[in-house]
Design a protein. Sequence first.
Length: 369
Amino acid sequence: MYRVFLLLALVLAGCSDGFRMPVGPVETSLPAATALPSDPAARLMIAVDPRIELLTTVMLLSGRPICGRALNSETPYARRVAQHFGAYADHEAVHLLRTMRDNDFNCDAPISAMLYLSDPPDLVLGRPLSDAVAQRAGGAAQFDILLAALRDFARVTHFADFFAAESGTYARIVADVTRLSNGEQNVRLIESYYGMRAGSYRIILAPLLSREGFGPRIPRGDGSSDVYGVVGAAGLHDGLPSFGAADDFQYLIWHEFSHSFVNPLAETYRADVERLASRYPPIAEQMERQAYRNWETALNEHIVRAVTVRLTTRELGAAAGAAAAARERERGFIYLDRLTAQLERYEQQRERYSSLADFYPEILAALME
């Protein structure tokens, strides 16, 4: 219901040409992965999502940061959220989310969990949570308790009415990002580089998040996946949450979409990844400050950042690539240069390696030296 309303608002705002809905309803599986539409426009969506807005509203009321960063509470939109929902700061959902956040249901875990659900207020779990997300929620039973509280919060606060009333704000945000995202071209670029495809690509704009980005991957029953880039606001422009300049936003989307291709490879090659665990202690302190609390997570971040550096170099030039690499090294990604050098080999031997999945053992080999 909410997405239909938002699409109507975009049409009325005169920007529907840039707003792409996925083929079919959100929770409906496509046919076999080989039958996915070849045109990225048929698989790309840019939207404000009611599930993420419900979650971040409750997070805002909880007073807890996400991944160590406070929520974006000083915009006119955030003040309207506080005004509408502030009386419910003692609701059970707020207390539960605060407690669960302090017990590792933080960073990408709550974001990912919400994307398994239908829209509020029903919040129906359409498929089982991944084991990793369920574990971080404290188990399936604990997540069910949170779901019941979130459903009640959505109903008693009239969340649907608030979301509908803000449709004009959402439409303007989506229109601005659609103009700067170059989304279809970036989907083609990502798929070409990885040699892999996804069922859909969904850029979710989260105005209550502040300069955060998450890249969940939600599997479908047909073997394909829905790939997400959940993006927080970078500032304020003309009274609206702003998501940055075109180059910055492009880099962020490359990064977040990349996680959906890179992270599953670490799971496939977990035994080999674990044999490299001695590479983590030298970077542990800096990684933990950024919420990368184990070797597998830190390795995924290294590879994703190495890919985005290579894409920056290829698409924006050597100077831009060098600047991007320098920023990542400053953040403690000390294995970046080894990985980017290895990725250059991959790029030069695509006739041998049709996908990054084929080349992944060579990436690990670069860290064995």
